[in-house]
Design a protein. Structure first.
Lengths: 147, 627
């Protein structure tokens, strides 16, 4: 039986299919989750270290480990951990980033500050369901260049 | 063997290669200037190559000089020849053609009092039909048990508060049967209710929803459309309407067809009008008759009137309307072009093409930015003069290039000569030149006589139709849609082309393109800013091409064919910029197939495709006469 890899354990660990959110802070997280929920896409919330927040049950997400991690890094790690290939990162300052596992790490899908967390949530979910991204709610207060 | 002597050298018989004399045929078109370079040998011309550049200025005016100089030099450098080897530059008798486009919307949907919200938010929630009186969310507490209400949740109400409020009201026995929400919160609210109710969200102008009125909210299951509110009798049943009232709400029902969610509020005097806008009249002046036709009668009626007055001598539009303005603009533009010539010419509209179209327009009085498709008529008109100031152009070219310049050859005759170099053709042969501003046709009979016709409406009108029917308001995107096949970005790394094939990319696609309809144009991928599906965009593109080019091709061929009988034409060669289109030549070939005509895209000199016909014809004609 050598050469046959049993992936059931791995699948079990990864299921069910969800968008993964990794957050180093709490700012914007409620709105972000609302956006994803409104689009009807399941989501799993994790801390900056990737451990499930619900499983830990302490509700306190700002682990010291994630303070210096950027939203883009968190988002890419989340996307790679997501069976749906879509992840969102929220850094300690409330910046939000939506990423896709197959995109280069330094070229996220969208980035915004916490006032647009809701919009980011919608867009993360839309990547999963295959709908065009939503128009930004108003003029961009902040744009990050990443090219 | 007689040979046209070069004005500069006047050298003797062929010696080394660099003494060979060259001829350059130049065709100044409305949008492109083309050159054909040929070497004069003992057995007629030997074609060396060609070049192409945008036309500078209006065709047939002295402004064309830079464009002509550019193509001549490009043609020479491409073949490694020098300017002093050129014996003569041949220029066609270019007659300026100026075309204009106008669009008149002839219907309008007006909601005099807010009665319907027929928009399609991406995510309405719940499913089913709710009816009741509209009540503001803040007033929910004052509703008594047993009351049927539709809750109107305004801006700034958090989804959790909204859910708690609605649930509390229902606990007290208030029958909250549905809700209308300003924010994109429908699912968030329904997910927090003990029992789901239909909720329509993203109603931007929620403040305009009348309160205290009977209303209905309907949300269909995913993949379905509303059934009750899009049915006139459904509305009549819900609101207990008599036949007269039902007649009044019929447009509301019609406007809601195809939506996944809808809200209808019945206001006492509210009504939705489906109005026809007076669009002015168009007066067509023929040689023997003069007829007026209302633009709102539609394209068929206008074209029928045009046939009754044919041949058209001039056309005018009612002052103060778009059509009147457009015809005046076209005439003025031509008058300006000709103002530098000594002779005063009368400028007349020579042809008009009317096309039925539709325009998505914001419904006046709508609450959520709803669009309605309104009927419109697009008109193209063209003027053409008998003779342009070509001598002035030739003089300037002579000094700019320092070579002999000959003006000669009627454009249509030259196009036929050039088209005849397409392998597999013979007279009688018709040329269809599909340009940007006009569609031209010429027929060469077996006896060498050539009849030609110039019709309004071509590539520019197609672009305009695509632009307005998709509501793009962006000419460049419309131009791209016209020229290239569509695709849908299915992931960040691949698109599905309109024919179903997949295409992969190494670089991730931009986020703006994701899940959108895109055009794969010459300058790369461009997302189409529309909510229409790929199939709908494709349909608009193909119907625009059909309405302009197939209609005009048939119109033009009928005008040049002997006795108007297409069967008398043996070969049709399609030329011009739009002949390079990926589907127009096929559409035309299909349309004329019934008449037993051989129709195809030209291949001038067996290598140039549908380009360079007039330039080649000029050289051919010149050497033919020289021999």
């Amino acid at each position: 039986m050598s050469g046959i890899v049993d992936r059931r354990v791995e699948l079990d660990r990864r299921s069910p299919p969800t968008v993964v959110v990794r957050c180093a802070g709490e700012r914007g997280v409620r709105e972000l989750l609302a956006g994803i929920e409104e689009e009807g896409v399941p989501v799993r919330l994790a801390g900056a270290d990737g451990r499930d927040l619900e499983a830990r049950g302490d509700g306190e997400s700002g682990t010291a480990a994630g303070v210096n991690t950027t939203a883009v890094e968190l988002a890419h790690a989340a996307a790679r951990a997501s069976p749906l290939d879509v992840g969102v990162g929220v850094d300690a300052e409330g910046r939000v980033c939506v990423h896709h596992a197959k995109r280069p790490a330094d070229r996220p899908v969208v980035t915004a500050d916490s006032t647009r967390a809701r919009w980011c949530g919608h867009n993360a979910a839309r990547l999963v369901v295959g709908l065009p991204l939503k128009e930004p709610p108003d003029e961009m207060e902040e744009t990050w260049s990443h090219h | 063997m007689p040979r046209r002597s070069s004005s500069t050298s006047g050298s003797g018989w062929p010696t080394p290669v660099d003494a060979v004399t060259l001829l350059v045929g130049v065709d100044i078109g409305n949008s492109t200037t083309e050159a054909c370079l040929a070497e004069l040998g003992p057995d007629g011309p030997r074609y060396l190559g060609g070049a192409l550049a945008p036309t500078s200025g209006v065709k047939g005016t002295a402004e064309n000089v830079p464009g002509v100089v550019k193509v001549v030099q490009e043609a020479l450098s491409a073949t490694g020849s020098a300017q002093h080897e050129v014996a003569a530059v041949l220029v066609n008798e270019a007659t300026p053609v100026i075309s204009g486009l106008a669009m008149e919307t002839i219907t309008e949907t007006v909601i005099t009092e807010s009665t319907m919200i027929g928009h399609n938010p991406d995510t309405p929630a719940g499913a089913g039909l709710g009816t009741g009186t509209t009540v503001a969310f803040t007033e929910l507490g004052s509703c008594g048990p047993g009351e049927h209400v539709i809750c109107v949740v305004g801006a700034g109400v958090d989804f959790e508060d909204a859910a708690v409020g609605i649930a509390a009201a229902r606990d007290r026995g208030v029958e909250v049967t549905g809700a209308v929400v300003q924010a994109d919160d429908a699912n968030l609210i329904v997910n927090r209710l003990p029992a789901p109710i239909p909720v329509v969200d993203e109603v931007t102008l929620i403040g305009k929803v009348p309160l205290g009125m009977p209303a209905a909210v309907e949300v269909a299951e995913p993949g379905r459309t509303v059934r009750t509110l899009s049915n006139s009798y459904g509305l009549a049943t819900l609101f207990d309407l008599d036949p007269d009232q039902t007649r009044l709400v019929a447009p509301v029902a019609r406007a809601l067809v195809g939506n996944r969610s809808a809200v209808v509020v019945r206001t006492p005097s509210g009504d939705i009008a489906d109005r026809r806008i007076p669009a002015g009249t168009l007066t067509l002046i023929g040689e023997h008759a003069r007829l007026s036709v209302g633009v709102d009668a539609g394209a068929d009626e206008i074209m029928a009137t045009l046939r009754r007055v044919a041949p058209l001598a001039d056309a005018t539009g009612e002052a103060g309307t778009h059509v009147g303005g457009m015809l005046a603009t076209v005439r003025d533009a031509m008058a300006d072009t000709l103002s530098d010539t000594a002779e005063e010419q009368d400028v007349h509209i020579q042809d008009v093409l009317a096309v039925d179209t539709f325009v998505p327009q914001l419904v006046t009085g709508a609450l959520a930015g709803e669009f309605a498709l309104e009927n419109a008529v697009a008109l193209a008109a063209m003027v053409r003069t008998s003779r342009a100031p070509m001598e002035a152009l030739a003089d300037q070219l002579r000094s700019a290039l320092d070579v002999d310049v000959h003006v000669g050859g009627v454009e249509a005759d030259m196009a036929v000569l050039g088209a005849l170099t397409t392998p597999g053709t013979e007279r009688p042969l018709a040329v269809l030149d599909l340009g940007g501003g006009s569609t031209d046709a010429a027929l060469a009979t077996g006896h060498g006589e050539v009849r030609s016709v110039h019709l309004a409406g071509a590539g520019d009108l197609v672009t305009k139709l695509i632009d307005s029917e998709l509501g793009l308001d962006n000419r460049e995107v419309a131009e791209d849609i016209k020229k290239s096949p569509l695709a849908k970005a299915e992931s960040f790394f691949h698109v599905r082309m309109e024919d179903g094939t997949a295409r992969f990319f190494d670089e991730p696609l931009p986020a703006e393109a994701f899940a959108r309809v895109v055009v794969l144009g010459e300058e790369g991928m461009r997302p189409v800013p529309t909510r229409y599906s790929l199939e709908q965009v494709r349909q608009v593109r193909r119907s625009a091409k059909h309405k302009v080019f197939v209609v005009n091709a048939l119109r033009a061929l009928e005008r040049v064919a002997p006795g108007g009988n297409l069967r008398e034409i043996g070969f049709v060669v399609v030329l011009g910029g739009s002949a390079l289109d990926f589907e127009i030549p096929d559409m035309i070939a299909e349309a004329v197939a019934g008449a037993g005509i051989v129709c195809g895209t030209g291949n001038v000199r067996g290598c140039e495709g549908p380009r360079n016909a007039v330039a080649t014809g000029l050289v051919d004609d010149h050497t033919g006469r020289a021999r």
